[in-house]
Design a protein around this ligand. Sequence first.
Ligand code: CU
Length: 702
Amino acid sequence: MTSFTDIPRRRFLQYSGLTMATLYGIPRWGQAMEKKPLAVATANFHPDVELELFARPVAFGVLPGTLTNLQKYFGKVIKGPANAFTDIPGSYLGPVMRLQKGQKVRIHFTNELDDPCITHWHGMHVPHLSDGHPMYAIAKGETWVYEFEVLNRAGTYFYHPHTHEMTGKQVYFGLSGVIIVEDEEEKKLGLPSGEFEIPIAIQDRSFDADNQLVFVTHNMERMMGFHGDRILINGKPNNEFEVASRAYRLRIANGSNARIYKLAWDDGSPITVLGVDGGLLDSPLQKPYVMMGPGERLDVWADFSGREVGAELVMRSKPFSGTLPAMHERMMAMMGHGGEAKTGENKPGQAMGQGGGGMGGMMGGMGGMGGMGHGGDNKPGQAMGQGGGGMGGMGMMNMPGMKLPLGSDYPICKFRVTRKVSDSPKLPEKLCTIRHYEAKDTANPDKPIPIGISEGMMSMLLNGRPFKMDDVQEFEKVKVNTLQLIDIFHDHYMVDGKAKTGDTAQKPSGEHAGGQGSGMAGMSQGQPAQGSGMGGMNHGSGGGMGMMGGGMGGMMNHGGEGKAPGMGGMAQGGENKPSGGGMDHGGDNKNAGGGMGMGMMGGGMGGGGMGGMMSMSMAHPIHLHGQQFQIISRSLDMKEGDGYDTVKDGFINSGWKDVVLVMPGERVKIAKPFDNYTGLFTYHCHNLEHEDMGMMRDFLVV
Ligand SMILES: [Cu+2]
């Protein structure tokens, strides 16, 4: 194993001529070099398995009728077991890759897309050059050669593009596939295999009337992540499996861009969990439900023994809340309810206002008028405004996710017993042996490496900075062959890197009163509306939001500074004083007739009324490349949402993980080994829209 670790360095030097110092300084492609070198096969690496993988545009029959334009992985085994690749019939997903621990693997990845692309082996512990870092994206026609030894435990992993600012789009349009790693320890257990082992990759997609995929069209879909309105299993619309009356092993992967699932059996029986991201748990675990953020995997024992032919068992996603910003969830909840008033709670030092009926307006064209509100008590130094009215017409009605709201109750897949068999394997009591780490086992128990999550309307950041190719902060440098304590937390005051890392102290939030915010004004996209300006109920008829004026001002801020960039700054109406960067479609609204008119009203009455009441805080599935980690602790810093009780029993903290879903207000400490390989390894939000917005950083392992 150790003799293998310096291979990437040798490969790198041999074709680049760069010194180690330059490598550790991170090569500045595009600045210092005309063209980055391609990784090629090395002579002294003798693969047990050699594969070719292609990313290709393809027209594929997903739904009946017109073919869907997709991008798809195609694979070919050059050397090694034939089952190193297995196609899933009728699926746009790439072939299932099956590897054995200890194998040496070489993969020739060729990009046949018009866009650049690079492939990452999610959850696999591989050298930097073979990890699919975005800096190594290759152009059409180029080939990148990966070489690695399979060091991972048996488990379910997957591969997908990791292209700078394009990961979400490329995954959504079809590029991903499941990796199964097997090892001797697991084989001894005799878990269900062959036809009794079913990979279940869950994805949500949205199709137009012509069977073509619909992707992000609205900024809200970027901020929240894209949510489709249709669940596909293994890239297919048929979500039914015919099973025998015996035990199965389900290898479930959440391959969705942003959708979080709360998996549960519809008959109320518990989910029997065998393993998570990085393989088996010590022993099977019974859970009433399991939360799965994007990128997470779940190994499930599903026993259909004793069920009659014809019996059906449905895996559903059950209701939950608290994973999206409170305001967003309230808007979704109110849609169709016509503006149920929600009164803001006044807290000392915060500028709370009357929510009024405002949000209810989303559905109806009159929304803007709804809920003029009744002003909150004005207190000195606080701008208690009229919430009123304003949310009408955020232009969100065409978002597919609204048709299958996150946290609603819907089926994932169905198992129908079609044959009776007499014997079935028994669930092992003990699965494997895991050494469990504590904080004191790490190299830095008193000085954890921070991963501070900060959210803004158009800036999703980690540790206060957006992703950049050659930007490693001092605390992001990690010594190789150490076990590190890492502290993942929500840091609302790290936007744009202005705040200190690790500072989570909450500032008093009253100061953002004062009416600087200009509200949600003008969030709708599309053409300026003339005249009515009431609603912007869809993308084509924006405008109209000016009515919000200051009423909602500051509400999208992090509950802190009123002058911080919020949603504001788009409406030109009345008294509004746009103060933030706001949405980048602001320009569309400048000439919105109705919007202007209403804006005066809003501005006059608002003045930051709801400021501080809401937060942009949401759940983020944080993924770290390289070795799997263990969750040491989870705690709530502050209760930001009401939903934590609806998700808390669905977390599995006892195994090896590479993604952890961090809820609003939650702090998660993990212990992560950084063994074997030096170089850059990214850590990022696996909400792929967030990742593409820059919610990604690098660790430099030295
Ligand atoms: Cu995120």
